[in-house]
Unconditional design. Structure first.
Lengths: 292, 122
């Protein structure tokens, strides 16, 4: 299915029927609830039982806001689709919803918000839907206003589906330029379906407190419904950093690499496709020396 | 829209330096009861622009807030109850928010303020 971002601008794509469909699909409700739970967890709010004032950017029909309400927080939701907001009001969500365009900036007073979440929304900013839209300016306006309205040390957790590396890089760049520190947490990196990227941003300079939490399922652990039983110790960090660790050679069950036969077969396949493949020699698929 | 949200919003039009407080015009509003949470009120109090809250509550016919408030008043249950009522229980259903500098109106329909800007305002 083509990405919704490529079909129509959000305020058109999420029309009455699409909004209704979205909110009545039990699958979407479940996924949204699960992502919002995780986003709230990544927000790392102080565990003192005091309700906070949070922001939900791209709140839609309030599925994600419901999770915030269930945890006792007050929230303000932004969305650009009137149809989605109408349904939110119909469902009597507890937060306040506003019709607004995050690419125009949020229009909130400085330093008043304790945290922000956004579920599957920020990638929309990367698409120019009108002649006046300039994705870079819109990202700048969004992150600038988000940074201003958050109180110091507050976090923003933005779950997004970037279409490609360029997009996620562009989004990250503008977040950093606005003054945020943080990075990307990847849950279930090995699964194409369950894989989720969360931009975890902290207001203010990097410090020990802003260290990124770990992604789920990094060790090839299977994605299951019983996420909660996961052992925290077994998770590793899924962070894009400047020097990423090298890809490990895939190793089969016997602890060996795939071997010469496999490499030759692959090379033959590539040749048949017409690709430029180096000739086979005695060095093909040989191991490198162990350097020290 | 609750007055909590109204108190946080400011006008976002390009070039506007003093977009707060947005003047509230209300045609229809309702009261919905919410449980009082004193910790939340104490936490949010320093962030509230008191004069804006008093003015907005007046528009909605609630005039029981004192003109001035400081943190010491938060120990009074009576004050907390009024503060809570103004902040969280009054919902504006129909009306408008008016930018104090440009006079631009942001309409409120069915409780949803329309904060979308025109292209020449971005």
């Amino acid at each position: 299915m083509p990405r919704p971002e490529l079909q129509a601008p959000p305020e058109i794509f999420y029309n009455d029927s699409e909004a209704r469909k979205y909110t009545t699909s039990s699958r979407i409700i479940e996924i949204q609830a699960r992502i919002s739970e995780r986003a709230l967890e990544l927000l790392n709010l102080p565990n003192d039982g005091v309700p906070k004032l949070l922001l939900d950017i791209g709140c839609g029909s309030g599925l994600s806001g419901e999770t915030l309400s269930e945890n006792g927080h007050h929230w303000i939701g932004y969305d650009i689709s009137q149809s989605m907001l109408d349904i939110a009001v119909e469902r009597e969500v507890e937060g306040d919803v506003l019709l607004g365009d995050m690419g125009q900036g949020l229009g909130l007073r400085p330093g008043v918000i304790d945290g922000a979440i956004s579920i599957s929304a920020v990638q929309w900013l990367c698409y120019a839907d009108k002649s006046s839209h300039e994705p870079r300016m819109r990202l700048k306006a969004f992150f600038g206003s988000l940074y201003r309205c958050l109180s110091r040390g507050a976090r923003a957790v933005l779950q997004l589906y970037a279409e490609n590396m360029n997009q996620s890089e562009m989004i990250m760049t503008y977040a950093m330029r606005a003054g945020f520190s943080g990075g990307v947490v990847v849950d279930w990196p090995h699964s194409s379906k369950a894989r989720k990227e969360y931009l975890v941003l902290t207001c203010g300079p990097a410090s020990l407190q802003t260290a990124l939490p770990k992604g789920k399922g990094e060790d090839g652990e299977m994605c299951s419904d019983e996420d909660d039983s996961d052992d925290d110790e077994n998770q590793t960090v899924g962070v894009y950093e400047r020097n990423r660790p090298r890809k490990k050679l895939k190793v089969n069950k016997k602890g060996k690499s795939k071997g010469k036969q496999w490499v030759l077969k692959k090379k033959e396949q590539m040749r048949r496709k017409g690709n430029d493949v180096p000739p086979d020699s005695k060095y093909t698929a040989r191991k490198r020396k162990a350097y020290f | 829209m609750r007055l909590l949200t109204h108190n946080m919003l400011s006008c976002n039009i390009k070039g506007v330096t003093n977009g707060f407080p947005l003047k509230l015009e209300a045609d229809k509003w309702v009261t919905k009861e919410v449980d009082l949470n004193a910790d939340f009120l104490r936490g949010v109090f320093p962030k509230i622009e008191w004069s804006a809250l008093v003015a907005a509550a007046r528009v909605l016919g609630f005039a029981e807030l004192p003109e001035q408030a400081d943190a010491s008043m938060l120990s009074s249950n009576d004050f907390l109850r009024r503060f809570h009522h103004a902040l969280l229980e009054l919902h504006v259903e129909e009306g408008a928010l008016v930018c104090p500098e440009t006079g631009r109106k942001f309409p409120i329909n069915k409780g949803i303020p329309n904060m979308l800007l025109h292209e020449d305002e971005v």
